[in-house]
Design a protein around this ligand. Structure first.
Ligand SMILES: Cc1ncc(COP(=O)(O)O)c(C=O)c1O
Length: 481
């Protein structure tokens, strides 16, 4: 076993065979033994404990959880690390509420995750949006220019903080170092949602981590791009611009009072693996990816987003571990390609949009995975060559809608249900979010436009899942009365 503190301690505790008159109710998995559910009748359940003598407390850590967090902080080169058992979602919400009071302004990258918007609602904060550059050709949001950040700060000198997503879902990175310098020049706080970047620390060939770039708070979904269990993340903090006691309070408020030890142990283990072998594993992964890029370049009609975008559209760097593949020149949309890979080749992508499929590659992938993907793409290309037809796409819609009332006000105001198709000009009472990637097109409090209705109808027709509205078919929408 690695130098993981929590698993080691829990293993030792389980060997004591303590008679349990405490929660959880499955009593070290005993109930599952009775029902012969061999998947749940598993050694792992001995680690599903609660706060008893020797297991410390996430909300006031002094023992093994504190030690594990400290070790993570050292590895990620930060002053403080907090384990999150409610995902980056809880970290984002807590970070926002730690740095601004109700009715204060926060500068937010528009293509942010819904959890940031929820943080604005819960905190009663006023968003000032900045829009990333968009590549119309590729139909995806790209980077955010440092000048756009400076402009927003100059126009809103009373804003408390700047909140950015780095990298975005497609692995695209803005110039976070330059942005951090600008934000700090104006004495603001920089919060980075680095949900997709916890692996950056593992290689010089990957983009700089926003911690290294100077951000004050960085939230990473360790479960996405390192190896912890789903729902486990880390929040890192540096410097003295943020009130750490207020941050601790917010984390306690937004996280369960029964934090899962499986999740915490897996965070500790993910750090231990990354620390022990992460650099070598990442080197191997990047070699497989380079090889994949080289081989895919010979397949006619298959495009892959690569470093040629650097220097354009606010793109400063790209995460090589994210593969964004486009076969629309062969008449295959992203959504279709994802389906073909799953149905005919047993390969599951992270997501697809109208044009692209997106693969998340991590140190958990084997070289063979890339070989299989390449063979599958070649097969699909061969079968579709016969019916070669270029498809026309509508441009990606990335405007920032007019915000008539704050998101919080919209959530608590009276609403009426109307036909979505007839809602242009009304103020939305709910979200409209294509998922994945989970970036809202419309937030509560914003004005619905005809252009949005057309675009959302198009997304639906293309098979993109739209969430956020009370009517999952989006025939109706709740608007402000
Ligand atoms: C950019 C971004 N931020 C935050 C989140 C939420 O992360 P978590 O699932 O760890 O709560 C996601 C999830 O997809 C995301 O893509």
């Amino acid at each position: 076993m690695n130098d993981s503190i929590i698993f080691k301690k829990l293993t030792k505790l389980s060997q004591d065979h303590i008679v349990s008159f405490h929660v959880p109710g499955h009593k070290n998995g005993n109930i599952y033994k009775k029902y012969k559910n061999h998947y749940l009748n598993n050694e792992l359940l001995c680690f599903d404990v609660t706060e008893i003598q020797g297991t410390d407390n996430l909300h006031a850590p002094v023992g093994m959880i504190k030690n594990a967090q400290d070790r993570a902080a050292k590895f990620f080169k930060v002053e403080h690390t907090f384990f999150l058992i409610n995902g980056t979602t809880a970290g984002n919400i807590s970070a926002l509420m730690a740095v601004a009071n109700p009715n204060e302004k926060i500068i937010v990258q528009r293509d942010c995750h819904k959890s940031i918007m929820n943080g604005l609602i819960l905190g009663g904060l006023i968003p000032v949006y900045i829009t990333p550059e968009v590549s119309m050709k590729n139909n995806i949001p790209m980077g955010l220019k440092p000048e756009s950040v400076e402009e927003a700060i100059l126009k809103n000198p009373d804003a408390k903080a700047v909140v950015l997503t780095y990298p975005n879902y497609y692995g695209i990175c803005s110039d976070v170092e330059k942005i951090a310098n600008i934000v700090h020049k104006y004495e603001k706080i920089l919060i980075i949602d680095e949900a997709h970047g916890s692996h950056f620390i593992l290689s010089e060939d990957l983009p700089i981590t926003s911690i290294e770039a100077g951000a004050d708070i960085v939230i990473q979904s360790t479960h996405k791009t390192l190896s912890s269990f789903t729902q486990s993340s880390m929040l890192h903090m540096n410097g003295n611009r943020v009130d750490i006691d207020r941050l601790r309070f917010m984390l306690t408020m937004h996280q369960s009072s029964s934090p899962s030890y499986l999740l915490m142990a897996s965070l500790d283990e993910a750090r231990a693996i990354a620390q022990k072998d992460g650099k070598q594993l990442m080197k191997n992964l990047l070699e497989h990816i380079d090889d994949f890029h080289e081989k895919i370049s010979y397949i006619e009609g298959v495009k892959i987003i690569n470093k040629r975008f650097i220097g354009k559209y606010g793109v400063h760097d790209m995460d090589k571990t994210r593969l964004v593949i486009d076969m629309t020149d062969l008449g295959i949309r992203g959504i279709q390609l994802e389906e073909l890979l799953r149905k005919n080749h047993h390969i599951q992508m992270e997501m697809s949009d109208i044009n692209n499929i997106v693969a998340v590659c991590t140190i958990g992938n084997a070289g063979n995975d890339f070989k299989k993907l390449l063979i599958a793409l070649k097969d699909i290309q061969r079968e579709n060559k016969k019916s070669y037809k270029k498809i026309a796409m509508p441009p990606f819609l990335y405007t920032t809608p007019k915000m008539n009332i704050t998101p919080r006000e919209a959530v608590f105001r009276k609403k009426i249900e109307i036909d979505f198709e007839k809602s242009a000009g009304k103020i939305s009472g709910e979200y409209i979010v294509p998922y994945p990637p989970g970036m809202p097109i419309l937030c509560p409090g914003e004005e619905i436009t005809e252009e949005m209705i057309v675009y959302i109808k198009y997304l639906k027709a293309m098979g993109i899942n739209i969430i956020g509205s009370h009517d999952s078919r989006l025939k109706k929408i709740n608007v402000i009365k």
